[in-house]
Design a protein around this ligand. Structure first.
Ligand SMILES: Nc1ncnc2c1ncn2[C@@H]1O[C@H](COP(=O)(O)OP(=O)(O)OP(=O)(O)O)[C@@H](O)[C@H]1O
Length: 359
């Protein structure tokens, strides 16, 4: 098990890349670091690889500090988004390189090279040099070179980011299956919510160097700890509406900024300030604009997903995403009503999840 203990990382005087992170990476788990560009994901990998050291705090492996161990003594295998391959070697030789360096027998090397090439769908380009490959093929070779050898930890920095949608989908499944088979400890970075939820045994959400939440895909999706996670996980993520609570008859009536009733919740929320309500697109029903108690809005954008549409509705200046069957005819600018499923709501106060909110 690897653990970060209050790890702070500054580059120079000004840039704080990581802010006092504490979390664990368990043995054999597929651990995803999910966050926007510049959140600090690569910095976490570089710290694990020993390419850089924390400004303060400690990183341990099985309870022992590793911050002073040089990269070659960490037994970490790394694949970057900007794949560095040996241009004078063929794909097969590139893949074989880490195994040769360990003195493995030729027959065993050949077997593993072919196995990995098969999994990654690059068997037909084994004799080519990297200069004669597409970007996606080069990325798969780089990934193959990282995962071909046994390592204590595999550090994969957006390793399938350059692949087309179909291949990316296939690679996700292959990679997860391979990691399980190898019982590998993997740390994988991504900027895709779909990838994070699909791959992670657990997901750590980073934002501007801060750890916003660590949890299983179900936990971060169904119980976001704060509004950043709520607005970042899921496709589309939760919509967040500022609301006020009015207490009456053992329940609270939530109203939006225009004073319209949004929904009623069976909780006493008197005295709560800076409340926001989070709701997923499939917990909202579109109604006619004059329906009683429906929240009035206007269609802003219609996104066609194929199997359904995501309709973005503007409600008192706030955008709310609603999942709507493709059979419902809608036009931008059209007035609509929104009926909110009370069991689907999440409440946040001062950006943090309230225990009373959530289905
Ligand atoms: N060697 C460096 N010197 C100075 N600043 C750096 C260095 N490496 C990273 N940074 C800064 O540290 C912060 C975190 O960067 P990092 O690359 O870890 O983020 P990231 O989440 O991996 O982003 P991306 O998805 O864009 O790769 C950013 O503000 C970045 O500009």
């Amino acid at each position: 098990m690897y653990a970060f203990h209050d790890v702070h990382k500054r580059y120079g005087l000004r840039t704080v890349a990581l802010r006092r992170l504490s979390f664990e990476i368990r043995k054999g788990e597929f651990f995803v670091l999910y966050g926007p560009a510049g959140a600090g994901k690569s910095t976490v990998l570089n710290l694990l690889a020993g390419i850089t050291r924390p400004t303060s705090g400690d990183i341990t492996r099985a309870g022992q500090s590793i911050v002073h161990l040089p990269p070659e003594r960490r037994n970490a295998a790394m694949a970057f988004e900007n794949y560095a391959l040996y241009s004078h070697l063929s794909v097969a030789e590139n893949l074989a390189f880490p195994l040769r360096a360990r003195g493995m027998a030729k027959a065993e090397i050949d077997k593993r090279v072919h196995q990995i090439a098969e999994v990654l769908g690059i068997s037909h380009v084994l004799e080519r040099r990297p200069g004669f490959l597409s970007g996606g093929q080069r990325q798969r070779v780089a990934l193959g070179r990282a995962i071909i050898r046994p390592a204590d930890i595999y550090l994969l920095d957006e390793p399938i980011g350059h692949l087309d949608a179909k291949l990316r989908h296939r690679m996700r499944a292959e990679l997860k299956a391979l990691a399980q088979e190898m019982e590998a400890t993997v740390v994988f970075t991504t900027t895709s919510s779909k990838e994070a939820l699909a791959l992670g045994d657990r997901v750590a959400i980073l934002n501007q160097g801060r750890l916003e939440q660590v949890g299983t895909p179900a936990e971060i999706y169904h119980r976001p700890a704060n509004t950043f996670v709520a607005g970042f996980v899921g496709d589309p993520p939760m919509s967040l509406l500022p609301v006020t609570a009015e207490v009456g008859g053992g329940q609270s009536i939530l109203r939006n900024q225009d004073g319209h009733e949004v929904c009623r919740v069976p909780a006493q929320l008197a005295g709560h300030r800076d409340l926001r309500m989070g709701i997923r697109s499939n917990s909202i029903r579109l109604t006619a604009p004059d329906t009683q108690r429906a929240l009035p809005g206007r269609v802003a954008v219609i996104e066609h997903l194929g199997h359904s549409n995501i309709v973005v509705v503007s409600v008192a200046g706030v955008e709310v995403s609603v999942s709507v069957p493709t059979t419902v005819p809608l036009k931008p600018g059209e007035p609509v009503g929104l009926s909110i499923e009370p069991t689907g709501i999440h409440l946040f106060e001062d950006e943090k999840a309230l225990a009373t909110g959530g289905a």
